[in-house]
Design a protein around this ligand. Sequence first.
Ligand code: SF4
Length: 254
Amino acid sequence: MKYVLAFSGGKDSTYLLYEILQRKMPLDEIRFLDASLEYPLTYEWLDTIEKRFGVKITRYRTDIKFMDLFMRIKTRGKKKGMIKGFPPSNRGCWIQTYMKLKQKPNGKDEMMYIGIAANEKARTAKYAKNILTPLVDWGITEDMIMERLQALDLLPPYYQMGFKRSGCWLCPYQPRGSLYLLWKNFPDLWAELKRLDKLSPHGFKDGTDLEKLEVRFQNEPERYAPKFCKVCGLPGVRLGRMKKQQDYCARHKP
Ligand code: SF4
């Protein structure tokens, strides 16, 4: 039996890797699926993890290019003759389908660890028997993971900037706060997003006006910028029904 960790570079899979190594659990491969659209920080983080733990992360990348798919002409339906454009924000993501492929075990002889926190247990309801979710089994929630990663000096750098998740920089599912960080910290990627927006037959996130959004970011940064802990400067936790970000982190909350 081969044991594989599905590693995204996010906080949950980073913490799961730490626990697997600490507990000396079986682990034959650390697998990262790359659509070549991650933030540069994610690729740097993979190198950091390899050095810190003395492990190898196997990167899998498809030969399919994002721009080839983005520019592909539709041959059927109402949009026949138009290019494909951005992945829609209200249906499955074609980047996931064609370029990233789903993280799943490669046959019955493979067991796959997936970093799902205990508060997301509902996502595991339909998982096959050869998918293991130890963080759920151990009752470790996202807040606990943030707190422990901070204490271990293992919080991925994009979380330190205020991002809430890892993934593609042009992900249509990302919230406004994440787009603010993209605009603020990665001007080249933001400019590329605007360039693609002009090409796509439907706008980014199915109609978000990036020019207007940019003006709002400039005029109302306090509305979009992440909050940071007054004690340690790391990202604040989100609480309440509206999940408003607080000015204290998981470790320093009162
Ligand atoms: S991070 Fe977003 S854009 Fe990238 S594959 Fe996942 S859903 Fe698609």
